[in-house]
Design a protein around this ligand. Structure first.
Ligand code: F6P
Length: 556
């Protein structure tokens, strides 16, 4: 069933096709096809428009890609996912995060195996509502009787980035609760937050799927002690100030709060795919339960689009293909996410984890090392227009080409002094100039200056691919759709590249080693080689770095 993509006939055809069009200019594609925008854009419910016409592809490219999906039986993978098969086979788990937002029971009703799951999902959702309403209505009081004003989400990776990104993105939907995030094990992070807060009107939501993550447990224990110190060690106070979210019941109960304060999330919810689960409770608190449901509905409608649209009208699938096309054929190995909305500040970071933790892998589904093609591109980016004054020089004139996703909003309510129009004119002008370079201006000397002998320096060759993602309004529904879009794009890439997108073994070695090395830090006496456990390979660099660190830690 699992195929090395480059051994397929369709990939060979795509390779030949690539040779025939690789030198074409985006400008020429537009000249040849007067309906290029119509042919290469998809409108999702008039709320998200994806224009992928400014890419180095033609209709034949898409057709060949469709054949590749047929040849690898892409539909079977979708079917396996929908049926709850263990497609995360290295962890022996299904991948069912899309069920969490299936409030209309579209996927749930077709599968008898999901009956119990459905009950759990509904129970969890009701519990999220119950907690949210109680806190927002002021019925939940702290141990000393004060109303709750502050929420602190304590988690890292997928237990942090989703809520962090979504809550910032939906800033305009926020209520009066103050929401803070603590993720880093660096105590600077926790101190910044604690300096502003008192335990009396604060709830800490400790989110850890495994409940074994060093950073989160360390921070949670600091907070636990902080609360207990304040309440003179009255353990009951913990029930008023801590909510836990985890898949690991036995570890989370050890923290010592009421069972009712613990949300148990199914272990088939991957951290980076978890915003619709109870890991999203801080989102519900920040924007209210009704808005949280709209977020789920938006994600669900994109699920339906993904599972039911044909390949070439399917936004996640087309975007997945473009990513593979550039990474593997053109050898453009990085992709930038450029968000023209201040509130989408964390989106590039969120997508970094989603894409690179899912697909940054060198072993294929069959357990073979991958040596003949590229898996995940490197994802980076920032917000416009700030990034224009930083790294866009490279985007326009660098020797490496960076395909970009430009994400912008139409109905931004803040348009002081026409700022939104000015922002969006930058948005449109960037994708235009990246694609067409100085051809946009029909005059030769576009700079209209007297600079002699600088022709090459001031020239813009263009031909740099971009996708334009225009969102009618960054509201809960549309944001849910956007995230779901990227989730399915990532899954599609994983399937085509023949890798398992839902595990993350690559982070384990570093975690284990840091546990071992922590023993050697903070020693006043110079470490000797014999001090290290025999089973650690001690390289000369690390050995000397540890001693240098220790020596200087204790010196003035
Ligand atoms: O180290 C990687 C990772 O496992 C991520 O996949 C996950 O989102 C993050 O750590 C946090 O894990 P947990 O929710 O189990 O604390």
């Amino acid at each position: 069933m699992f195929k090395n993509p480059i051994k397929t006939k369709s990939w060979s055809k795509l390779s030949n096709h690539f040779l025939s069009i690789k030198d074409f200019k985006i400008f020429d594609f537009f000249k040849k096809d007067k309906k290029r925008f119509k042919n290469f854009s998809i409108n999702f419910k008039n709320s998200i428009l994806v224009d992928f016409s400014k890419n180095r592809i033609n209709l034949e490219t898409l057709k060949l890609f469709g054949s590749l999906l047929d040849e690898i039986n892409f539909k079977n993978y979708i079917f396996s996912m929908l049926m709850g098969e263990n497609i995360n086979f290295t962890e022996n788990k299904p991948v069912l995060h899309f069920l969490l937002r299936d409030r209309k029971n579209i996927f749930l009703k077709n599968n008898p195996n999901f009956t119990d799951i459905k009950k759990d999902i509904n129970a969890n959702l009701n519990k999220i509502k119950f907690f949210t309403d109680k806190i927002l209505n002021g019925e939940w009081l702290g141990f000393s009787g004060k109303k709750i004003n502050n929420i602190v989400n304590v988690g890292i990776g997928g237990s942090d980035l989703g809520p962090r990104m979504i809550i910032k993105s939906l800033f305009l939907y926020r209520n009066k609760l103050n929401i803070y995030f603590v993720s880093n094990i660096d105590s600077l992070d926790i101190m910044k937050v604690l300096n502003k807060l008192s335990p009396e009107d604060t709830i800490f939501i400790v989110c850890s799927k495994t409940f074994t993550t060093l950073e989160t447990l360390n921070n949670a224990n600091i907070l636990r002690k902080w609360v207990l110190d304040f309440y003179k060690n009255k353990e009951r106070s913990l029930n008023y100030h801590f909510i836990l979210v985890s898949s690991n019941f036995s570890e989370s109960v050890k923290f010592g709060v009421n069972l009712n304060n613990i949300f148990i999330v199914h272990d088939w919810v991957g951290g980076r795919y978890s915003f619709c689960s109870a890991f999203g409770i801080s989102i519900s608190l920040a924007i209210g339960f009704d808005n949280f449901c709209k977020l789920l509905d938006g994600a669900h409608d994109m699920d339906i689009h993904f599972f039911s649209s044909n390949y070439l009208n399917n936004i996640p699938i087309v975007l997945a293909f473009l990513s593979i096309w550039y990474n593997n054929f053109f050898k453009f190995h990085t992709e930038a996410v450029l968000a023209y909305n201040e509130n989408l500040f964390y989106l590039p970071m969120y997508l970094q984890q989603l894409v690179m933790e899912s697909n940054g892998k060198y072993v294929d589904y069959n357990g073979n090392y991958i040596s003949d093609y590229y898996t995940s591109p490197i994802i980076w980016g920032g917000v416009g227009t700030n990034s224009q004054h930083s790294f866009y020089q490279l985007l326009h004139q660098g020797t490496c080409v960076v395909p970009c996703d430009f994400i912008g909003e139409i109905k931004n309510v803040n348009n002081i002094n026409d700022s939104h129009f000015k922002l969006m004119s930058n948005f449109f002008s960037q994708t235009q100039s990246l694609a067409f370079g100085d051809k946009i201006f029909k005059i030769n000397n576009w700079m209209n200056n007297n600079i002699n002998n600088l022709n090459k320096f001031i020239k813009f060759k263009g031909n740099r691919p971009t996708n334009t993602i225009l969102i009618k309004k960054i509201n809960p529904y549309n944001l849910g759709s956007l995230i779901s879009l990227y989730e399915h794009k990532t899954f599609t890439q994983g399937v085509i590249l023949n890798i398992s997108s839902f595990d993350q073994w690559g982070v384990e070695l570093g975690k284990k080693l840091s546990n071992l090395l922590s023993f050697y830090l903070g020693k006043k006496i110079k470490l000797q080689k014999k001090d290290f456990k025999k089973d650690i390979y001690l390289d000369n660099s690390t050995f000397n770095l540890l001693n240098f660190f220790n020596k200087n830690y204790f010196s003035n």
